[in-house]
Design a protein around this ligand. Sequence first.
Ligand code: SAH
Ligand code: SF4
Length: 373
Amino acid sequence: MVFKPEKPSIFGESLESLSARVVEAGYKPFRARQTMEWVYKKRVGDWDAMSNLPKDFRNWLNAHYIFYPAEPVLDKRSNDVTQKLLLQLEDRSLIETVLIRAPQVGVGQAHSRKTVCVSIQVGCAYGCKFCASGIAGFRRNLNPSEVVAQLMHICRREDAHTVRADASRPSFDNIVFMGMGEPLANYDTLVKTIRILNAQWGLDFGARRITVSTSGLAPQIKKLAEEGLAVRLAISLHGATDAVRSQIMPINQRFPLSELIPAAKAFQQAHGRMLTLEFILIEGVNDGLDQAAALVEIARELHAHVNCIPYNKVEGLEWKRPSIRRQDAFVEVLKKAGVSVTIRREKGHDIDAACGQLRLKTEAQDDAPPLQS
Ligand code: SAH
Ligand code: SF4
């Protein structure tokens, strides 16, 4: 189910679909290309700024489209490197978009590498036990314009203080589908959005700098492998045996490791690049050295990099983050076995950066914007 607004947002159109509507309305097709140029290269926020378009065409655009289908209601900056936007959609649902800055040594903030983490659903149906996005269940899928708009909001905020040779280029370096929701459960939106981001007339953003993170929908992983998009794939593994993974992620009962691993392998072979396995470390649940040993086997089989993430406490959930000593012992097993591994040291803990947490808190407050149920 996708929310259908009265007027669509311009961010949902492709050059082809916009051209078709423009021609149908009696205008020349090149008006569509000019419009996209204003939207994605000059990144204006209203029709009247599109100064080389005739007034009656701008009126036509205004009558048929809105710009942003999502408006910021909160902009929270943590004192480290993370900034979180809480956006309200037209049906008053809330979604989150996070900007993560990784400063480059010695060159200051203006040159930091920026990663944008986008949401693709309101809530999530998969109910992983460590994740705030799943706590309130699933509300609806986002449409492509609602995902593209998240990136355009960030882009316009960052444009002013980002140094880049070509000002038409987006003001961030990577996009990750790791916010709220399961990207492969909203497959059509995912693929349409990536095509808009990737297109020369769109953001012209390289697919290689886009990462899709999934909890492991095996059939859709295989489908994405055949889609002809050079995106990266990250798998939320979090358990290296079925017994442990099923305890953490209910999806494992539908697609156990015996189905997930071959699907991931098919993706890896079709793309020829390293996959990423995400592994949240939760004390006494999945941080034992036997799990590390099983993880070594999976990483080798898939030619994958492992990203260990110390569990971020979610209010209302019992679990704890292991001590640094336990985290290090786990990582050491992987390193010794020659597996490529990193451990994420915290970013944005003070603004509830683990996915879904800011929305959950805001919805729980009395003064939160009213939501439709
Ligand atoms: N549905 C997709 C994408 C969104 S969740 C998926 O499951 O992959 C993406 C990631 O958010 C998780 O894999 C995990 O890395 C991170 N995450 C969610 N809750 C977290 C928590 N409590 N602590 C640390 N990381 C968390
Ligand atoms: Fe959904 Fe991903 Fe969170 Fe699991 S980890 S509940 S799939 S958003």
